[in-house]
Ligand binder design. Structure first.
Ligand code: 18C
Length: 258
């Protein structure tokens, strides 16, 4: 009993530890800032090809193979009304709601809580015929980016979630799956549009959030290029549409969380 209580106290205390003391921290810090810069680069210049478009949502990819495996980098942009960057980022990061919007998942385990903003996930993804089932083990970090030049026309705030494959001692390593290697970032910026007069209250009708989603997923083992590119083309638009609709509906009736 005493042991259990001590364990419980330890688990309760764990999320309060600052992530900065964790050995993964330098990597998390570096990748998060790199990915932010990468997400903020435009898609002009001819390397990105548009493959899906619906309303404000535009998805681009670059055909790329590594050791004979398709790893096509993806960059998607979208704009949605009625929810903030913080609300979007929170729902993308939180394990509590993942099954509400990510339909590519069969199982999800929180392997570790490094801090209140960083979690290590193990996810089992749905199998795609005729290839082996995939899983992913990655850290996921969420943070608010302080404004660099708080000026007119600039974003009200910016949030980022960054996911990257890693290793963990609690990895069951049962070898039943092929492990993918992923780097994903989800960047959101809130704009107050239309703007409000001084002293006037901001409502959900004044919220416009611009989203950029970037990913590079190495399938980790054999998968026919044609199947993979077909899954890619179908699943990414489905994900971003479903996710943004989900957050919009969920937040509609709640007070705005900046
Ligand atoms: O970013 C997303 N979700 C996050 C939280 O879950 C996180 C997860 C990323 C998962 C990356 C993909 C893992 C492999 C998936 C296998 C295929 C499942 C398809 C299911 C179809 C019924 O960052 C949102 C993720 C949206 C997922 C879109 C699917 C991406 C496919 C990309 C190619 C995957 C290569 C390996 C698959 C081999 C099978 C042909």
């Amino acid at each position: 009993e005493e042991f259990r209580e001590r364990l419980r106290q330890k688990q309760l205390a764990a999320p309060r530890k600052p992530a900065a003391t964790h050995p993964l921290w330098p990597q998390i810090e570096k990748l998060t800032m790199e990915q932010l810069g990468y997400a903020q680069q435009g898609v002009e210049g001819g390397v990105w090809q548009l493959f899906a478009e619906e309303g404000e949502m535009k998805m681009y990819r670059r055909e790329l193979e590594e050791d004979g495996l398709v790893v096509d980098p993806l960059k998607a942009v979208h704009q949605v009304r009625g929810a903030t960057a913080h609300e979007m980022a929170h729902h993308f990061w939180s394990p509590d709601v993942r099954f509400e919007w990510d339909t590519s998942i069969e199982q999800m385990t929180v392997l570790d809580r490094i801090s209140s903003d960083t979690i290590i996930f193990l996810q089992l993804h749905k199998r795609v015929w005729p290839t082996a089932q995939r899983d992913a083990l990655f850290w996921s970090h969420v943070r608010k980016i302080p404004p660099s030049h708080p000026a007119n026309g600039e974003a009200y705030d910016t949030w980022i979630v960054c996911n990257q494959s890693t290793e963990h001692p609690d990895d069951p390593k049962d070898g039943k799956c092929v492990r993918v290697d992923l780097t994903v970032c989800f960047v959101c910026q809130t704009f107050i549009d239309p703007p409000v007069q001084e002293g006037e209250e901001i409502t959900r009708d004044n919220l416009l959030t611009k989203i950029t989603y970037c990913s590079v997923v190495n399938p980790g083992g054999w998968a026919p290029a044609s199947v993979l590119r077909a899954v890619y083309k179908r699943e990414y638009p489905k994900f971003l549409k479903r996710f943004t609709q989900y957050v919009g509906e969920k937040c509609e009736s709640q007070p705005i969380a900046f």
